[in-house]
Design a protein around this ligand. Structure first.
Ligand SMILES: NC(=O)c1ccc[n+]([C@@H]2O[C@H](COP(=O)([O-])OP(=O)(O)OC[C@H]3O[C@@H](n4cnc5c(N)ncnc54)[C@H](OP(=O)(O)O)[C@@H]3O)[C@@H](O)[C@H]2O)c1
Length: 325
């Protein structure tokens, strides 16, 4: 039984805690917040035995094996390092960090201490993404050549919201663009070069972002992300012998469609309970810890670095710089 701690009792931590109630092999035994009241309220809601009014205290709880870091992006690196230094395994929300330098530091720390670390990029573990990998691996559509994908919605500008707050790592790219980006790297491998443009709003974050990605052997991706415009939020892989369509929302689809060169469409269903979609990544952590491995082959740290390097490149072209960078 893996004894989990939760750092950051916000909205996504609630989804994690609800999901954990149905997942075998683990239970949440402690939660940490900046506020004792918020920690206590979260503990009450999910029947968690211990709660802490500061984040550091969770690192010193000897009866916690692994911590789920669900704080805003800007804290991911520091929080992860705190829990690794306390001897805890870490599952950290996406993006793993603000930039590639932080990802390298976190990776080095996890490896030095032989502790598990993984970015909680839930899409990668979903039945639909497993199916996508199977179809690509089977050669059914031939060689992938081009990926297009986007994810975006229109939110009101709110300087206090995590999405629009530069200090919390806000912006479309790191919050949403990481999903179309990870589709491109899953299908085509690392990004060799990016050409990006976007709109930086009054709070200093990228509100709309688009990038052309050059991958190996002349393959390409085109991605868009937005927090000020509703996008189609779909994906498509064009390959030598057909294509694969990924319906909205492309980061958590319930099916994929294989389209043959003659236009014949084959819808492959991959249903899952959306509110419990984190179960697949949690089960992967449990499997890795049971096997005594410190990295997941499904979402290795090298892949988190690939994503961070590409996002750094795109962000530098947009001129978005986070405090402290
Ligand atoms: N995988 C997914 O589908 C998914 C979806 C949404 C978000 N996420 C990721 O999860 C992370 C959290 O997102 P969220 O939507 O849950 O955010 P949220 O609702 O704002 O929660 C973040 C929590 O972090 C804590 N926190 C610590 N320091 C903070 C600070 N300086 N400013 C604000 N909050 C601070 C807050 O708790 P206290 O104030 O009580 O300490 C807050 O409850 C993000 O990195 C995001 O990318 C993932």
């Amino acid at each position: 039984m893996i004894r989990w701690g939760v750092a950051g009792p916000g909205s996504i931590a609630k989804t994690f805690a609800r999901t954990m109630q149905d997942v075998d092999g683990g239970e949440i035994v402690a939660v940490a917040s900046r506020s004792p009241e918020r920690a206590a309220a979260f503990a009450d809601q999910f029947a968690i035995p211990r709660h802490y009014g500061d984040y550091e205290a969770l690192a010193h709880d000897d009866d916690v094996d692994a911590v789920y870091v669900a704080t805003p992006h800007a804290r991911h690196a520091a929080d992860t390092l705190t829990y690794l230094s306390g001897g805890k395994h870490v599952l950290c929300e996406k993006p793993l960090a603000l930039n590639a330098g932080q990802v390298r530091t976190m990776t080095d720390a996890a490896r030095a201490q032989r502790l598990f670390l993984m970015e909680a990029l839930w899409s990668r573990f979903l039945p639909s993404y497993q199916l996508l990998s199977e179809v690509l691996g089977s050669g059914r559509v031939g060689q992938p050549l081009f990926v297009e994908a986007d994810l975006g919605f229109r939110a009101p500008v709110d300087a206090d919201s995590r999405l629009f707050d530069l200090a919390q790592g806000g912006g479309a790219l790191l919050d949403l663009g990481i999903y179309p980006l990870q589709l491109c790297t899953l299908v085509l491998g690392p990004v060799e070069r990016a050409v990006a443009g976007g709109v930086v709003g009054q709070t200093g974050v990228d509100e709309v972002t688009a990038a052309i990605l050059h991958h190996r052997d002349g393959t390409m991706g085109v991605i868009k992300a937005a927090i000020r415009a509703g996008l189609s939020s779909t994906g498509r892989v064009a390959a030598t012998e057909g294509s694969i369509e990924i319906p909205s929302y492309m980061h958590c689809p319930q099916s994929i469609t294989v389209v043959a060169p003659d236009g014949t469409r084959d819808v492959l269903e991959a249903p899952f309970e959306l509110q419990r979609g984190f179960r697949y990544e949690i089960e992967e952590v449990h499997r890795c810890l049971a096997d005594g491995v410190t990295e997941s082959t499904m979402m290795p740290l090298a892949e988190s670095l690939v994503l961070a390097v590409a996002m750094d490149d795109i962000r530098s072209q947009l001129g978005v710089v986070y405090p402290g960078e």
